[in-house]
Ligand binder design. Structure first.
Ligand code: WQD
Length: 337
């Protein structure tokens, strides 16, 4: 059983590699290392004691993708590769549509040619836009009223659904991630953003490490219990295990299956900051700041479908997420060398 991971050297991809290898599967990675480092691969190999092929290629390069399928028997693809900075996508929409959509088309075209018709796609809760009700279920209406980044996630969902409609052999699993944080318990791999982090947890850990002076909590006047935004933070190892379960589903079924991957619990930005300080006995200097453009007040998942159909449920609580994020940052002050 061999699984191709596109973007398999990234934060989420490297955690999935560990879970797949530990479940006895073979792994093949393609990554252009635009937002990841080869050191992540070495660390995964150190943790698991297993080596696997890594192709330093761009998914938009059809010949390169064909070569991977010619050289390996791929049973299933986990498609994670793509650009993911929300703000940057507003500035550089052409880059985002090219990088995220063209790559997916090339990938699917080659998969079809090689008779590999099982794909698990890394989608996002961003496809729900600003939901009218929480928690969101997989039936909650999706919205294209987001950013170019968010639209690429939604368009890819549509593309994959159309492909599955056209050929009943395809198995398409759309995983809508909520807010992944945390790191592998070893502290050897974790999130390693380039430059100043956009996302909350890497910003918090870099403030804790003294690399950044102070956290700004964006918005205190939202219609939420404490006025700060509410999100569904999920431990990246739980998220990775959701992929292992999804592979079993994809191998045994055809058609389209959509799952929310979160914990089902909403915590506010303030609660996360408080939990981080308590879990790690460390003070985070922070200030209240105006709302960040484009943020929605609150979103968290109803994950009962994944529990019912995949037998999957997040195991780690917020405390463990905060502990593991800090453990990673503390042990790797410069990130992955
Ligand atoms: C969470 C909350 C911020 C930074 C985005 C994408 C999503 C997914 C993850 C990516 C918000 C607040 C943040 C800071 C803060 N995609 N915040 N100070 O916006 O929920 O989701 O990232 O790869 O698709 O939309 O995550 O971590 O950026 O923000 O107060 O310095 O933390 O305003 O309320 P978000 P986030």
């Amino acid at each position: 059983m061999a699984v191709l991971l596109t973007g398999g050297a990234g934060y989420i991809g490297s955690h999935i590699c560990i879970e797949l290898l530990q479940a006895g599967m073979d792994v093949v990675v393609i990554d252009n290392f635009s937002n990841s480092k080869p050191e992540a691969v070495r660390r995964v190999q150190q943790i698991t004691g297993k080596k696997y092929p890594v192709y330093h290629e761009d998914l938009r390069d059809r010949a390169a993708v064909e070569k991977i399928f010619a050289e390996n028997t791929i049973d299933c693809v986990i498609h994670l590769a793509g650009s993911k900075a929300v703000g940057e996508s507003v500035q550089k929409p052409i880059l985002y549509y090219d990088n995220n959509l063209v790559s997916t088309l090339v990938l699917c075209d080659v998969m079809r040619d090689y008779g590999c018709k099982k794909i698990i796609f890394s989608s996002s809760a961003t496809v729900y836009g600003a939901p009218e009700q929480v928690p969101v279920t997989e039936e909650t209406p999706v919205s294209a009223d987001t950013t170019p980044y968010g639209k690429t996630k939604l368009f890819i969902e549509y593309m994959l659904q159309d492909i599955a409609k056209s050929d009943p052999d395809w198995s398409v699993i759309l995983l809508r991630y909520f807010n992944p944080i945390g790191a592998h318990a070893s502290g050897l791999i974790g999130e390693d953003p380039a430059g100043i982090p956009n996302n909350l947890m890497p910003f918090v850990t870099q403030v804790a490490a003294g690399k950044l002076e102070k956290l700004s909590v964006f918005g205190t006047d939202y219609d939420t219990p404490d006025g700060t935004c509410v999100r569904d933070f999920i431990h990246v190892v739980d998220l990775a295990q959701g992929h292992v379960k999804s592979i079993a589903k994809a191998m045994e079924n055809s058609g389209v299956f959509i799952y929310n991957l979160g914990t089902g619990k909403g915590y506010s930005v303030q609660q996360l900051v408080d939990a981080f300080q308590q879990a790690n006995d460390i003070e985070i200097p922070y200030q209240y700041a105006p709302r960040r453009k484009g943020d929605i007040a609150q979103i968290y998942a109803d994950c009962s479908k994944a529990q019912r159909e995949l037998g999957w449920q997040a195991q780690h609580d917020l405390f463990e997420m905060c502990r593991d994020s800090w453990n990673w940052q503390k042990k790797n002050p410069q990130g992955l060398a």
